[in-house]
Design a protein around this ligand. Sequence first.
Ligand SMILES: [Zn+2]
Length: 408
Amino acid sequence: MTAVRNIQVKLDIPEEHHPVVDATFDEFRRVTEPVIDYGWNDNPDDIITSKNRLNDATYHDIREDSPLTGGHVQSARNLAATALSNCKDLLEDGKNTSKPEFKGTVVTYNSNTITYNDDHCTLSTVDGRIRAEYVFPHGDEGTPFEAYWNEDEWEKREATLHKRDGEYYLHVAVEHVEDTDSSDEKTENGVVLGVDLNVDGYLAVTSTGAFLGNADELNHKRDEYERRRGHLQQTGTRSAHLTLQSIGDRFAEWSRHRLHDVSNGIVREARENGCTHIAFERLKYIWTRISNASKFQQWAFREIQRQVEYKAEEYGIEVDTVAPQYTSQRCSHGKCGFTHEDNRDGDEFECLKCAKELHADYNAARNVAWRLVQNWLTSGSGRATSQLALKSGTVNANGRFRPAALSS
Ligand SMILES: [Zn+2]
């Protein structure tokens, strides 16, 4: 059993920020609509209440045209899912109800969209973050506020922002920390999935040894499309123009689908290995290394990272990027770390020092994960047991090994 209490605190939001906060209420309400539309059915058996299904069907499009953060889009989705579920229950009980519709002014906040500080919080809006001071009640002795607000054993979690009579109020759920050990551990321990992206061979290779997507097929289809496009452009007739448009759309859809397979695979690997983070190489560095990458390949890499970002967010997995110094030349085996350009020969990696042989992209992916952990260690970010997720288990920052079965 988790002990949760709700407390209300009034906020002092500077006048100049009222318009963006009010616009956030409107936008939050607006983005529940496509979710409701998708999930609703007059037959209660066909009402969709699964957050995952609702998310898969709507998140991408909503995120595309809404100024809300991904965290807010997901909170709105959760709210819509709950409303749909309530309606389904009512209808199944033979009670009368209609498609849910949100009115009023409320926005849900979670750890991605609100940060609590001692005397103020910062809140995501449709236009960046704003700062809001708490207006502490006078004479709060013996009130729930005094008992829960400043006490270390109560942690602030989700909140809802409300507007009443022109004033803003935050309703904050506080949770007793004794009950929350497992989630605390998750934020202190980092487990990293490293990902190596490639313009040929496998599109993505993870530090857990998953080989995903076919870059050669993507390139081949792209060339084919370019050829047909060139030909049609020369023809120049109206019908050629229409064909051009339709094969363009079809190719875009086809390639986006292939990339979704890859991004789904990456997120699945991260989840199955209990990862808190996914690390990619920073794209601008990749383009220095692969100087002949086409605009299309650059788009594909950006698209994969973008897709992984919003899909991972749903599971509370963060995406980070690292500078890829020597990721392809460094030996990722155990504590070896020997770095030399002759270690790599095409797809083959063979360490000149310890003689370990690895698939070159798999070795690179392990190094990408390793690099993020190194960044944490040097920045003193305080993760006690940072780990890299590898095929055979996880390796902590000191190179100590834990078998996969124990690593989650
Ligand atoms: Zn080695």
